[in-house]
Design a protein around this ligand. Sequence first.
Ligand SMILES: Cc1ncc(COP(=O)(O)O)c(C=O)c1O
Length: 306
Amino acid sequence: MRGIRCSPRNIMIVSGSTQGLSLISQVLYKNNQKVIVEDPIHKGLLKVISTVGYSVVGIQVDDKGINTNLIKSIKDVSFIYTTPSHQYPLGGILPIQRRLELIKYAVENNCYIVEDDYDSEFRYEGQPISSLYELNPNKVIYIGSFSKILSPAIRMGFMLLPDDIIDDYKSLKMYSDVHTESISQYVLAEFIKNGDLEKHIFKMKKLYNRKRKYLIDILNIEFTNEFKIKGQVAGLHIVVHFYNVIFTEKLINQIYKANIRVYPIQQYAIENKAEYDHEVVLGYAHLNFDEIEQGVRMLRKIIHTN
Ligand SMILES: Cc1ncc(COP(=O)(O)O)c(C=O)c1O
């Protein structure tokens, strides 16, 4: 896990990052204010923000994450929601220059940045870049999750919050679910104190890296020069762009019927959906090596018979 230094007063345990994002969206809500989000974005988390009543401005991402040049003229912003360690779903890693630009924007426009750091523990290539929170803890709300590290079933995450909103946040959390379930917190605290979480991450990172490489090898065997990959240096999924395939509803249904799960990027896009119709998310962490191989073989059969 990231070694971010901060006072215990600024840490809040949440029942998953989804709850953290929901509560912070409510705390920061002001009439007629906007939220800047990445486009494409996790559909569920977009819903969490828009349900609060914000008007949402989607900013198209490129291979480096959110394009900070496109936010400069936007005014009346409450917060920017971003996944800088591994843009969800396309996988870009935000360079330090863009991180500094985001912070500059937040300071000049008196808004916050919500940094969703959902899978940064699994970085396979290159060095991790400083979190936005470390660059400016007064303007950044950091959300971490145990869903990818351990399991989404434990519903546990944490937030690092700036001093000026911590009290409002605490009272909303209190009137939301009082507190995140304590027994699981004690068990997890023991797991962390014993050094078991660190060992687990170390072990899983090696395993996921092998699965990731295996998936890429099999794609190369089955599809040779028919595709390119995005976002493979971190996380538990890759995005595959097939040059000559359009993922229509009919094709996706055929793939689903064969019991293979691919997630078209179109479904995460707010605008310009057609731009992504050649691209799908492939997750590999939960599959064994045999399932990865069989899945890609089957995918080739279906795609090549269309
Ligand atoms: C972009 C993103 N943020 C956060 C999460 C984790 O959410 P939660 O902690 O509520 O399970 C996920 C999914 O695991 C995700 O894809």
